[in-house]
Design a protein around this ligand. Structure first.
Ligand code: URA
Length: 206
């Protein structure tokens, strides 16, 4: 299922990120902040279990998260979404999937993967700011599923309809979350209106 997390704070921050005049520091800071705002909504259905504690006044049965959470950034742009998410879920572990896109064929090529113990029983939140053709996301979901993980969510900042459709048809069981669904992909595989190359803008490379 596709969820567009439509919130005035997210729209405001995303507009700053889209602006070509925004520099690396502000781009990164707004991405962090949006990551935190999005994960609040992404984790809304996490299961809880009961835990007995004592308040300073009395015994109390509270609730704590019943699922381990693993954030899975697709390198390298996905790294830009990790810290905002970790601020809200500091106990989360981080897996890494290294993927680069062939600039001519636009095909994804995995070159690195590393997962924490008990990954298969965790909720995997795969993060990548741009859902363009969907190729990298589909490959990353394939890799995560190969580890035995069944509970997977894909969280991107901006998506193109082409990428959403591709992920939905390859992995209909994976929920997709976006801050914005843009218009289309251009002939170079960039999202329009988009925000340019997310990796370059996060890391100040070109
Ligand atoms: N990757 C990006 O960084 N930007 C796009 O617009 C598409 C893919």
């Amino acid at each position: 299922m596709l969820t567009i997390i439509d919130h005035p704070l997210i729209c405001h921050k995303l507009t700053i990120m889209r602006n070509k005049e925004t520099g690396t520091k502000d781009f990164r800071q707004n991405l962090d902040e949006i990551g935190g705002l999005m994960v609040y909504e992404v984790t809304r259905d996490l299961p809880l279990h009961s835990v007995d504690i004592e308040t300073p006044i009395t015994k109390y049965t509270g609730q704590e998260l019943a699922t381990k959470v693993v954030v899975v950034p697709i390198l390298r742009a996905g790294l830009g979404m990790v810290s905002g998410i970790m601020d809200l879920i500091p106990t989360a572990k981080v897996a890494h999937i290294g993927m680069y896109r062939d600039e001519e064929t636009l095909e994804p090529h995995p070159y690195f993967e590393k997962y924490p113990p008990a990954f298969a029983d965790s909720l995997a939140i795969i993060v990548d700011p741009m859902l363009a053709t969907g190729g990298s996301s589909i490959a990353a979901i394939d890799m995560v599923k190969k580890q035995g993980c069944k509970n997977i969510k894909l969280v991107c900042l901006v998506g193109a309809p082409e990428g959403v459709k591709a992920v939905e048809s390859a992995h209909p069981d994976v929920d997709i979350y976006l801050a914005a669904l843009d218009d289309h992909l251009n002939e170079n595989g960039y999202i329009v209106p988009g925000l340019g190359d997310a990796g370059d803008r996060i890391f100040g490379t070109k």
